[in-house]
Ligand binder design. Structure first.
Ligand code: AMP
Ligand code: MG
Length: 328
């Protein structure tokens, strides 16, 4: 299959890219689309045969549930149940954060094929603020399942070229909406009985969510969010996290790269380096994270050393991704 990239630079290009994507989705095909977090691989969420293509294309295990993107608020209670005691909290979260990078996990309804939720009794819902994604899902007129448009376990794509690297030849279309705004995947929460449990950290921080209810951390035990595997977002190059990069001595003859946060001096024997932000800005760091990881991964290095970030605000989500990327 030849993978086409549709530009969206002019209003005409954008309109024709949207029509093309919608036509594919309506015929049960998949298409890669930009969202405000990372690029997604979309399919009709109410069609099991369309959704199967997402799992096959990504080589994603069937136990890893997909996020479902809604065209409008009226769809929430068509695909999910809002329990009355949770309604005030859920409505406040939706009013504040939708459309935007917050995914809300609710009990599901039967209309959703069980492959979408990996057999779980809950469904993860989101409404994208991206101008292209939201136009496609509204024109499609129903919910779209859309996980990140990368092969399973790999670094999420934040540009159309990254999707091409990951899925070229496997999908018919990538709609190019330029680099994504947030650069990391949505925050996933389960609101219950006035308590907000964060299942995956992301662009909406604990500090922001804490204004809406009591926060609970995930306890240990079986993961309720099966996709939250300890190893994910993984570059091919080994990656280690250093609390103090000034202490890292590169072994003789080894090609090491550095993914930097602070402006501490570091060893000149690093062959390559990238700086997540030149101004200590965590939003900029999140937006750069996956692109810079990908660039370092392509530099023929023996090891990437990532400098630890402060674990506050967005730093929590960035460190979460780095820990899952780490392997030796
Ligand atoms: P991705 O779409 O690749 O960003 O991954 C979606 C992630 O959302 C999954 O890996 C899960 O961690 C989470 N998720 C999706 N559905 C559910 C659900 N029903 N319950 C809990 N977490 C979910
Ligand atoms: Mg993913």
């Amino acid at each position: 299959m030849k993978t086409e990239i549709a530009a969206t630079g002019t209003p005409n290009e954008k309109a024709s890219a949207v029509r093309w994507a919608v036509a594919l989705l309506q015929s049960g095909e998949i298409a890669a689309l930009p969202t405000e977090t990372v690029y997604g691989l979309a399919a009709d969420a109410l069609s099991a045969t369309a959704v199967v293509k997402i799992f096959e294309t990504k080589e994603r295990p069937r136990f890893d549930p997909l996020i479902v993107h809604l065209p409008e608020l009226a769809w929430v209670e068509r695909v999910a149940v809002i329990e009355e005691n949770a309604r005030p909290l859920i409505e406040r979260l939706i009013a504040k954060f939708w459309p935007g990078p917050l995914t809300i996990v609710l009990p599901r309804r039967e209309i959703v094929p069980s492959i979408v939720t990996a057999g779980l009794e809950t469904i993860a819902l989101r409404m994208s603020a991206h101008p292209i994604f939201s136009e496609v899902v509204r024109a499609f007129g129903g919910p779209l399942a859309a996980p990140s448009a990368n092969r399973f376990g790999r670094i999420s794509p934040t540009a159309a070229a990254h999707v091409m690297e990951e899925l070229s030849g496997r999908i018919p279309l990538i709609v190019d909406g330029g680099p994504t705004e947030h650069g990391i995947e949505s925050t996933v929460v389960a609101p219950r009985h006035g308590v907000i449990e964060v299942l995956r950290s992301g662009p909406i921080t604990r500090e922001e969510l804490g204004k809406f209810g009591e926060m609970r951390s995930r306890g240990s035990g079986a993961p309720e969010s099966p996709g939250q595997l300890p190893s994910h977002y993984r570059p091919q190059t080994p990656l280690v996290i250093a609390d103090d990069i000034t202490q890292i001595a590169v072994p003789h003859g080894q090609r090491f790269g550095a993914l930097l946060w602070s402006d501490q001096p570091f060893s000149e024997s690093f062959m390559e380096s990238r700086r997540l932000s030149t101004t200590g800005n965590l939003r900029e760091a999140a937006a750069n994270l996956f692109r810079q990881l990908r660039e370092l991964d392509h530099s023929g290095l023996d090891c990437i050393v990532a400098e630890a970030l402060p674990e506050e605000g967005l730093g929590v989500a960035i460190m979460d991704r780095l820990r899952r990327a780490a392997h030796w």
